[in-house]
Design a protein around this ligand. Structure first.
Ligand code: MD6
Ligand code: FE
Length: 225
């Protein structure tokens, strides 16, 4: 445990940054409008647990080249929406800007997973490890009502603590915290700001593929004059 950057919540494990209220009310409103316009176009999908087929209490959508999905066949990234077969909408520009500002990673995100929690919805303790590129962090933005976020350790049974995530909060999970277990214990309906369909929306930006190493320019003696 150590003190993070200025403005961070103290006492989080290294690599986990919490920026409370990073997005102001106006930015949140504009972002929510961009998010909802895309979700209306693409449609939500209902993820189910691999094998059991039990539905998640959360519903999902994705933006970007790749989207995270879960069905009876397992968890994976897909270039298309599982119901419509269509490509996902683009990632809103303000989110790409936020990634450039905060991710400390030189390539853009390829996926923005949208989670919608209606009253009573939760998200079980999990690790995000379906990405090939684990050198990139996962960056999340919360909108709508507040929620209790559970933070564990690198092993499922490690002791956990909780953090209140409020609208406009940004959470960055990277470095030694990239694979920690975490989840949403419960949301607090009626707090924060209204979102269409009630509850809470969380956006997670992810780099999925490992970029090819940069091509170095050939030695000068080989170049054609
Ligand atoms: C949520 N968030 O806040 C769920 N994962 O609704 C996540 O599962 C999450 O916030 C990786 C990194 C940041 C996150
Ligand atoms: Fe996660």
């Amino acid at each position: 445990m150590r003190k993070g950057h200025a403005g961070d919540t103290v006492d989080l494990p290294p690599g986990l940054r919490h920026l409370p209220g990073h997005l102001d009310a106006r930015t949140r409103r504009l972002l929510l409008a961009e998010v909802m316009a895309r979700v209306e176009r693409a449609g939500w999908f209902q993820p189910v647990m691999p094998k059991s087929g039990r539905p998640f209490s959360v519903r999902m959508c994705n933006f970007g080249r790749l989207g995270w999905i879960s069905d009876v066949r397992g968890y994976r990234y897909s270039a298309t929406h599982p119901d419509s077969g269509r490509p996902w909408p683009s990632i809103p520009a303000p989110l790409l800007e936020l990634w450039r500002e905060l991710a400390a990673y030189p390539h853009p995100p390829e996926c923005c997973l949208v989670n919608h929690y209606r009253p009573g919805a939760r998200l079980g303790l999990h690790q995000d490890r379906d990405e090939e590129e684990l050198a990139a962090p996962i960056l999340s933005v919360s909108l709508g009502c507040a929620a209790w976020f559970r933070i564990g350790g690198l092993r499922r049974r490690d002791p956990a603590r909780r953090l209140l995530l409020e609208p406009g909060d940004v959470l960055i999970m990277g470095g030694p915290s990239r694979l920690i277990y975490h989840g949403i214990d419960r949301i607090l309906p009626g707090t924060g700001e209204p979102v269409p369909g009630e509850g809470r929306i969380n956006l997670t930006l992810r780099r999925v593929t490992r970029p090819a190493p940069a091509q170095s320019s050939p030695p000068r003696r080989w170049s054609v004059e």
